[in-house]
Design a protein around this ligand. Structure first.
Ligand SMILES: Nc1ncnc2c1ncn2[C@@H]1O[C@H](COP(=O)(O)OP(=O)(O)OP(=O)(O)O)[C@@H](O)[C@H]1O
Ligand SMILES: [Mg+2]
Length: 266
């Protein structure tokens, strides 16, 4: 499988808030994102997950290391990488289809072509009947589906999602996990997905990276296949309650919370 995005020895330092030193948000992070991978990042708050996503998106220039897109240096944001934010990223004065086609409008794509693309992606996320709705009339889950359709409409190679389901209730969240996996299967994108939920990470990832804070680095990596069981059976709950899943969940929990507890011990 070919490499789409490659990060080598990425470091990111921010000036500390008191102005006296610096915070090492990322330290020597190296990772390749291969075609059609679904990579999930887990880790305690402040371990650099969002910083890593911002570096990949091209919103932040790393202070050291190199980031390449198919061999060419990444120097800023690009249409090859689409971002889905946690919330508040839709324009309230535009309706569903206008929000969805917005990226293509910026790219000066003609009205008919961009509307067709937006409609196709609204279909993919199950919102065909809602294209004329104002954003404020949609539930949180539906708004996230618009955010996903909007990112997909620019036809990126890679989707970057920073806790996209973090603000949803438990039931909607599980439904959205299944929807995102199905969209991923149909569109074959490379995905980088951040979450605080170990269960969500294990369920969705083809590869899981666990990060630790101060300095932010990747400490563990797992190849996973629970998503495949979901595609086979269609029964997410059965996958998540299987003995193998629970064993893995406890292992990852002990890594994340074990490290945090360890830091606080005298
Ligand atoms: N623009 C910035 N200026 C200064 N420090 C920053 C900046 N952005 C992030 N940091 C610091 O870098 C570290 C990593 O932050 P980051 O937001 O990447 O963590 P995170 O893993 O996404 O956390 P969370 O799970 O809470 O979202 C933190 O210590 C944070 O305070
Ligand atoms: Mg974050």
């Amino acid at each position: 499988m070919s490499t789409i995005i490659s990060l080598s020895h990425i470091g990111m330092e921010f000036p500390s808030l008191d102005g006296t030193g610096s915070v090492e948000a990322l330290n020597d992070v190296s990772i390749d994102f291969l075609e059609n991978e679904f990579v999930v990042a887990l880790g305690a708050s402040g371990c650099g997950k969002t910083t890593l996503l911002n570096v990949i998106a091209g919103f932040l220039r790393p202070t050291s290391g190199e980031i390449l897109h198919k061999g060419a240096p990444v120097t800023g944001p690009g249409h090859d990488r689409g971002v889905v934010f946690q919330k508040h990223a839709l324009f309230p004065w535009m309706n569903v289809v206008e929000n969805t086609e917005f990226g293509l409008k910026l790219q000066k794509v003609g009205k008919e072509e961009r509307r067709d693309a937006a409609r196709a992606n609204l279909g993919l996320v199950g919102l065909t009947d809602f294209e004329n709705y104002p954003i404020y009339q949609l539930s949180g889950g539906m708004q996230q589906r618009v955010g996903l359709a909007r990112a997909l409409t620019c036809n990126p190679e890679m989707l970057l999602m920073d806790e996209p389901l973090g603000a949803l209730d438990a039931f909607t969240r599980e439904t959205m996990q299944e929807l995102i996996l199905n969209v991923w299967r149909q569109t074959q994108k490379v995905v980088f997905f951040i979450t605080h939920s170990v269960e969500e990470a294990l369920f969705m990832a083809t590869r899981l990276i666990v990060m630790s804070p101060r300095p932010g680095r990747i400490t563990h990596e797992y190849k996973l296949e629970f998503y495949r069981r979901f595609f086979e059976s269609g029964d997410a709950r059965a996958v998540k309650s299987s003995p193998e899943f629970i064993k893995m969940r406890e292992e990852v929990l002990s890594i994340i919370y074990g490290e945090e507890v360890g830091e606080q011990m005298p």
